[in-house]
Design a protein around this ligand. Structure first.
Ligand SMILES: [Zn+2]
Ligand SMILES: [Zn+2]
Length: 312
């Protein structure tokens, strides 16, 4: 996981080619309007604070026990001149890479729908594409057999550079591929859940370690959390340390499972700002998604949040 974050955050600092379009006009009225909108968003989103737990002391194997992170407020995010979607590059593409069974296909379709509700951006699921790699036995440099699981793993750099980059659509804000194969970034690591490149707008995430084949709801929730979290990195969002939030770093699946599928007030403000959406409409869409997909508790919580942000 450490490598993933490093790659995402380090490129976030240097990436700047998507921003020009979204700057407000440089006259005083536009600047005042933008400031007013940001204040209104901040005031509105504050009302969801009671729905989130303030981040407590981490257990010894949790992310924050081994990573020193400062977090990122909404204002710090705005000051960092983040990457956000533009008119020309607005769409999130989801690509199933390899062969998926019926339940995995359903999960990818659900995840695509969740991303559309979560980021209020056009999201398109691309037609599945075969994942062609050599066999470890044939000495392929892009694959190996994992020592512990004895299963094939695929090198993330190969997928990002040789599979995704050549097919990146011009209007993509991000192209996110899912695979059922296990992944590794280089010989120094046993595995990674996924890896993304903000600079190149591509990422790949594996379902391999998310699925324990017993808990369908848990498998769906994990996948939704990972998709929302990693797409947030694609839009320059850093890890959240203020609340237990979908944007908080996680070191293990137990930690992922304990986190909500939603973003805290700080991170939700960033999402509403980057997609220019109203919190109340966003929560209503998320509630509808959860209702439709059997996530009853989550649906009820989103409905309460939609009500909360409406109140003056
Ligand atoms: Zn992360
Ligand atoms: Zn947060």
């Amino acid at each position: 996981m450490r490598n993933i974050i490093f790659i995402l955050l380090s490129v976030a600092l240097s990436f700047s080619c998507l921003k020009a379009e979204e700057k407000p006009a440089s006259n005083m009225t536009a600047a005042r309007e933008a400031k007013k909108e940001i204040k209104e968003l901040r005031d509105s989103i504050k009302k969801i604070e009671p729905f989130f737990k303030v981040m407590g002391k981490p257990a010894s194997n949790d992310w924050l026990a081994s990573h020193t992170e400062a977090g990122q407020t909404f204002e710090e995010y705005l000051d960092a001149d983040p990457t956000k979607p533009t008119k020309e590059r607005q769409k999130i593409y989801v690509l199933p890479l390899g062969t998926f069974d019926a339940r995995q296909q359903k999960l990818i379709a659900q995840t695509t729908e969740y991303l559309a509700a979560f980021y209020d951006l056009p999201v398109e699921q691309m037609a599945a594409k075969p994942l062609v790699v050599g066999s470890p036995k044939d000495g392929s440099p892009n694959t190996r057999q994992n020592q512990l699981t004895k299963k094939r793993q695929i090198k993330t750099g190969y997928i990002l550079n040789d599979v995704l980059m050549p097919i990146l659509p011009r209007d993509a804000a991000a192209l996110i591929a899912f695979t059922v194969d296990d992944l590794y970034p280089d010989e120094s690591m046993n595995y990674v859940f996924g890896q993304g490149s903000l600079e190149n707008r591509v990422g790949v995430w594996s379902l391999f370690r998310l699925d324990d084949h017993t808990d369908e709801r848990g498998f769906l929730l994990r996948t939704l959390k990972i998709a929302a979290h990693e797409t947030g990195h694609m839009f320059s969002m850093k890890h959240c340390t203020k609340y237990e939030c979908v944007m908080s770093g996680t070191n293990h699946l137990g930690e992922t499972d304990s986190r909500p599928i939603d973003a805290c007030p700080e991170c939700s403000a960033k999402i509403c700002w980057l997609s220019d959406t109203k919190p109340t409409e966003r929560y209503a869409r998320l509630a509808e998604f959860c209702r439709k997909n059997g996530l009853t508790k989550e649906a009820e919580k989103f409905t309460r949040k939609a009500e909360a942000v409406k109140k003056i």
